[in-house]
Design a protein around this ligand. Structure first.
Ligand SMILES: CSC[C@H]1O[C@H](OP(=O)(O)O)[C@H](O)[C@@H]1O
Length: 358
């Protein structure tokens, strides 16, 4: 299946070339495909904050490359470059609060610098680390796709009708996707009858990004309003809800795009299996439960306007963009280290002791 997945790759969101970071501007997809070149850490921090690039793994990968850009600029300035590098580090860490992949990737870059040998070239070492983070995410996507397909096969195997939320595809990762990587893999294996994609208000990652990725590959996709999800589980024979994650805590609670929690409650009520797919860089063993996860609240204007067009009355708008699904509503968490079914603290700790499977 790995080769068939590789052959299916059509889209990417991140490109590191000629010493610059190129990001596909996801704010204007699917209407326009425009790449923006970044040569400064501050520019990349703003790209993450304004969601030019989004998706937990993609945010981490972009931040890693940003720390290479920072080192190059600071070394060229001839100043105490590491102090300035730390300032850029803080700028990136402050760009978005919920996806732990951002902090995991920044930590990897700082650890690489701390391990640098006396006469080693910091720039070459940091660039190699960022590329390794990017490549390892892509590899993790491939492994998770294979594991997720095996899990579906174990439970039913026949034609699946799947519901997914937000965008967890090539646009959100180093390539292929997490939840969407499993869905791609299941489709390639002839196991997918149809995918229902929540539009995912207010930023519309589902209608603008997921529907675009799936349609590009001929995967049968039907767009639905977020509020139709429970009705669809009740009337359309949904067998799995498959979603991504932005932060998974030590007990298996999952922070993901707003609306995921109510999907899990509906899935439990309708006997639909609920799968979370995320690389281990999304697991934060420092947090005991989802109660401790910082939930990003974005400007209310994102609710009151769509495409620059006002769609609401002049009232206050509350716009939390993530929520927390408790572990007891989750059937399986699929990572590149393996699968945890019916997650709990002991099983999560066991998982994190494992090496990657591939
Ligand atoms: C594999 S992407 C994980 C996660 O990130 C998305 O959030 P955003 O689009 O705001 O960055 C969404 O929660 C996805 O499930």
């Amino acid at each position: 299946m790995r080769d068939r997945l590789l052959a299916a790759e059509k889209v990417k969101a991140i490109d590191w070339r000629d010493g610059a970071l190129y990001l596909l501007d996801q704010r204007i997809l699917p209407f326009e495909e425009k790449w923006i070149a970044y040569t400064s850490a501050a520019g990349v921090a703003e790209a993450i904050r304004s969601m030019v690039v989004r998706g937990a793994p993609a945010i981490g990968i972009s931040a890693a490359y940003a720390m290479v850009l920072s080192a190059r600029a600071r070394i060229a300035e001839g100043c105490d470059w590491q102090a300035e590098w730390e300032e850029d580090y803080a700028l990136l860490a402050d760009s978005r609060p919920t996806a732990v992949n951002l902090f995991w990737a920044l930590g990897r870059m700082r650890d690489r610098l701390d391990r640098l040998k006396e006469d080693a070239d910091p720039l070459a070492a940091l660039e190699a680390e960022a590329i390794a983070i990017h490549e390892s995410d892509r590899e993790a996507n491939l492994t998770m796709a294979q594991l997720g397909v095996d899990l579906i096969r174990k439970h039913q195997g026949n034609a699946q009708t799947i519901l997914t939320h937000c965008n967890t595809g090539a646009l959100a990762t180093g390539g292929f996707g997490t939840a969407l990587g499993v869905i791609r893999g299941a489709f390639i294996e002839g196991m997918v009858e149809r995918v229902y994609a929540d539009e995912t208000r207010p930023w519309l990652q589902g209608s603008r990004l997921t529907a675009w990725e799936l349609a590009n590959e001929g995967i049968p996709v039907t767009l639905n309003a977020d509020s139709a999800a429970a009705h669809i589980m009740k009337t359309k024979g949904i067998t799995w809800v498959i979603v991504g994650a932005d932060r998974i805590t030590a007990n298996g609670d999952v922070a993901n795009k707003i609306g995921t929690y109510q999907l899990a409650v509906s899935a439990m009520h309708h006997g639909v299996r609920f799968m979370v797919v995320a690389p281990s860089s999304t697991i934060d063993m420092n947090l005991a439960s989802g109660d401790d996860i910082p939930i990003e609240e974005r400007d209310g204007s994102e609710l009151l306007c769509v495409g620059g067009q006002r769609v609401g009355a002049e009232v206050e708008a509350f716009n939390p963009v993530f929520d927390v699904t408790p572990a007891d509503l989750i059937d399986a968490i699929v990572t590149e280290k393996g699968i945890v079914e019916r997650p709990d603290t002991a099983k999560m700790a066991q998982l994190m002791c494992r090496k990657r499977l591939h």
